[in-house]
Design a protein around this ligand. Structure first.
Ligand code: NAD
Length: 261
C-alpha cells in the first residue's frame, strides 16, 4: 500500500477505464475522489468499495467537465473532503463518430471541452499544491488516437493529440519539482464508450455490428484482443512509484501494437 496518505482525483471514473484507475489507486491505499455521471446508487456503491479497498476516505464529485467553475469547485471539494490532490488522473471522455463536414458543432465543442480543456482546468487548480509539497503525479488518458488518426473521429483525434501536447508542456514546466506528467494511450478497451459508438460507426461506414467489431475496432489492433482495464490501471499505478520518477513527458502506448504499424 505505497500510496497510503496520498490523495487521488480521477475524472470520468464512474465507469470504464476511470473506474479501473480509481480501484487500482485505492488498492494501494490512496484516498480517491471519483467523478462522472451515472446511477446514484451505483456511484455510491463504487465509493464505498473504494473505502474498503484503501482503508481511507473516498468521495464523489458530480462536476461537469464542460464547466470550468464546477471543475475548480471539484478541486476545492477534494481538498476539504479528503486532502489536496497528489495524483491527478484526467480521464473523462466521450466520442462522436461522423464525417467532418457533417460533424455537429455541439459535439465538437463537448469533446474538446471534456477531453482537452478540462485537463487544463484541473491541472491549473491542483498544480500549486503539488509544487508546494514537491511531489505529484499527473496522468492524462490519451489514446492511440493521440498518435495516429482514424476517419470520422475528427474532434476526438484533435482533442487526444492536444492533451498529449499539453501533457508534454506541463512535464517540462515542473520537471525539477518532483512532479511527473505523462499520457497513457490505450488501444481499444471494451467499455461503454466503445460499445456506444458501434451504431454510429455502422451508419457512417454502412456496416453490420460484427463488421464494425472485427473490421474497424480490432482490425488495427495486432493482438486482436481488447486491452483490459486492469492492464491500463496497473500502468497508472506504476507511474506513481518512485521507480517511475524519471518517466515524464512520455506518451505510453498500451494498445496491443496498434501504433507499431
Ligand atoms: P466510459 O464511457 O466508460 O467512461 C467515461 C467517463 O467519463 C464516465 O465516467 C462518464 O460519466 C465520464 N464523463 C463523460 N462526460 C463527462 C462530463 N461532461 N463531465 C464529467 N464526466 C464525464 O469510457 P472509457 O472507455 O472508460 O473512456 C475513458 C477514457 O479512456 C476516455 O478519455 C477515452 O477517450 C479513453 N480511451 C478509451 C478507449 C477505449 O477503447 N475504451 C481507448 C483509448 C482511450
Amino acid at each position: 500500500m505505497f500510496l497510503k496518505g496520498k490523495t487521488a482525483l480521477v475524472t470520468g471514473s464512474t465507469s470504464g477505464i476511470g473506474g479501473g484507475y480509481a480501484k487500482a489507486l485505492a488498492a494501494e491505499g490512496a484516498a480517491v475522489m471519483i467523478n462522472g455521471f451515472g446511477d446514484e446508487g451505483e456511484i455510491e456503491s463504487l465509493r464505498q468499495e473504494l473505502e474498503k479497498l484503501s482503508g481511507a476516505k473516498a468521495a464523489y464529485s458530480k462536476a461537469d467537465m464542460t464547466k470550468p467553475d464546477e471543475i475548480r469547485q471539484m478541486a476545492t471539494d477534494c481538498a476539504e473532503q479528503l486532502a489536496e490532490v497528489d495524483i491527478l488522473v484526467n480521464n473523462a471522455g466521450i466520442q462522436h463518430v461522423a464525417p467532418v463536414d457533417e460533424f455537429p458543432e455541439d459535439k465538437w465543442n463537448a469533446i474538446m471541452d471534456i477531453i482537452c480543456n478540462s485537463a487544463f482546468h484541473t491541472t491549473k487548480a491542483v498544480l500549486p499544491g503539488m509544487k508546494q509539497r514537491g511531489w505529484g503525479r499527473i496522468i492524462n488518458t490519451g489514446s492511440m488516437h493521440s498518435k495516429v488518426a482514424s476517419p470520422y473521429k475528427s474532434a476526438y483525434n484533435a482533442a487526444k493529440h492536444a492533451i498529449a501536447g499539453f501533457s508534454k508542456t506541463v512535464a517540462l514546466e515542473v520537471a525539477q519539482q518532483g512532479i511527473t506528467v505523462n499520457t497513457i494511450s490505450p488501444g481499444y478497451a471494451w467499455t461503454p464508450l466503445v460499445e456506444n459508438q458501434i451504431p454510429d460507426t455502422m451508419k457512417a461506414r454502412n456496416m453490420t455490428r460484427e463488421q464494425v467489431m472485427n473490421d474497424v475496432l480490432l482490425a488495427g489492433q495486432p493482438t486482436k484482443k481488447f486491452v483490459q482495464i486492469d492492464q491500463i490501471a496497473a500502468l497508472a499505478v506504476f507511474l506513481c512509484k518512485d521507480e517511475a520518477s524519471a518517466i515524464t513527458g512520455a506518451n505510453l502506448s498500451i494498445d496491443g501494437g496498434w501504433t507499431a504499424q
